[in-house]
Design a protein around this ligand. Structure first.
Ligand code: SF4
Length: 151
């Protein structure tokens, strides 16, 4: 049987410019898996319980990062940079290789309207194999956060 190739089999262009748009403004949640919580707590020298008390909330039964008070900006964004970059959650690490950005070309083009690094003229071509690995990592992590794909 022939292997079904993804529509992005020639690869896709992406390079983060560090503009910070994905960490600010628009409503959205960064959901945390247990490994995310462990990594972040270690990064800040806190117990998981203390990290949870200071920096997380429950959203529909899932643990998510807080926003900065009075804004929709990520609590860890400092001077437009991620202050938890080395320990950032899988959801952030795997952006923009999320399944809903990759279902069809239209999804990718819509994602590009929100992220200037997508299809950026200076961006390298990321191979389809790399994209698929990232997308699987994102999906595996969703399972760890008890996320429902139906929700
Ligand atoms: S919106 Fe895109 S280019 Fe800007 S910081 Fe986020 S990933 Fe990087």
């Amino acid at each position: 049987m022939d292997e079904v190739k993804p529509w992005f089999q020639e690869g896709l262009r992406f390079k983060c410019t560090g503009c910070g748009a994905c960490c600010t403004g628009s409503p959205g949640y960064v959901y945390l898996s247990d490994p995310d919580l462990e990594n972040l707590a270690r990064h800040f020298g806190l117990s998981i319980e203390e990290f949870g008390r200071r920096y997380t909330r429950l959203v529909d039964g899932q643990i998510a990062l807080l926003d900065k008070p009075g804004s929709a900006d990520c609590i860890f964004l400092k001077e437009n940079k991620c202050s938890a970059y080395e320990a950032r959650p899988v959801q952030c690490k795997t952006f923009p290789w999320w399944v809903h950005n990759l279902r069809e070309p239209k999804d990718w083009e819509e994602a590009a309207e929100r992220c200037e690094g997508i299809n950026h003229p200076d961006a390298p071509l990321v191979a389809a194999e790399t994209i698929e690995v990232q997308c699987m990592t994102y999906l595996d992590n969703l399972v760890e956060t008890n996320f429902s794909l139906e929700s």
